[in-house]
Design a protein around this ligand. Sequence first.
Ligand SMILES: Nc1ncnc2c1ncn2[C@@H]1O[C@H](COP(=O)(O)OP(=O)(O)OP(=O)(O)O)[C@@H](O)[C@H]1O
Length: 212
Amino acid sequence: MSEPLLQAVDLQCERDERILFRDLSFSILPGTITRVEGPNGSGKTTLLRMLAGLNDAWSGELLWCGQPRSGRREEFLRNTLYLGHRPGIKPLLTPVENLRALTAGRRPVPEAVLRQALEGTGLAGFQNVPCRNLSAGQQRRVALARLLIADEPLWLLDEIFTAIDADGVGAIEHLLGQRAAEGGAVVVTTHHDLRMPGMQRITLGGGLSDEC
Ligand SMILES: Nc1ncnc2c1ncn2[C@@H]1O[C@H](COP(=O)(O)OP(=O)(O)OP(=O)(O)O)[C@@H](O)[C@H]1O
């Protein structure tokens, strides 16, 4: 069996004197999709931000490729794509400008590739329109275009299906399956009824299970 990309050991997180989860342990193996589920306020976003290194208010241990993540932070960040539950795009910028900004600090991506990714998310003809003039679903698609150019093996995706139509949902599910088939791993929170073959579930308040 291959080594987990990410391993969580006895995670605990408390917010306003309320324990969101404790003794939470799981492994994220290459080639897998994991859905984090639970009711509103159960801590899904909090957990994903912890996994992404954006929240330090927790205890337990996180291992990246078998080693404490704290000692390999740069390598971890270089190999992880995190998309938050807000699209995180700037309304005055166009989709192309936003996508360029979102990929800044990573490997340089040629303009033609950015445009192709936006076309791939159904934004052909909208690449030069300020994002404030796009619909909610189109704005979300700008952020999702990152998935078409991402080479990071680990994807942490928070509520990315919000405002996306049925065709778009199908296309995203295909991308998630592709990432896993290529040996990457995807961890996703969603209220959408995501069902992928072999999908692992982390149910906050409930534990970890494999889908039959
Ligand atoms: N920065 C913060 N400070 C204090 N409490 C917080 C903070 N962020 C989140 N919380 C609390 O932690 C709990 C979990 O929030 P979180 O956003 O992780 O839930 P969620 O499972 O993602 O919910 P939803 O399904 O509604 O998106 C909530 O009760 C929230 O009020």
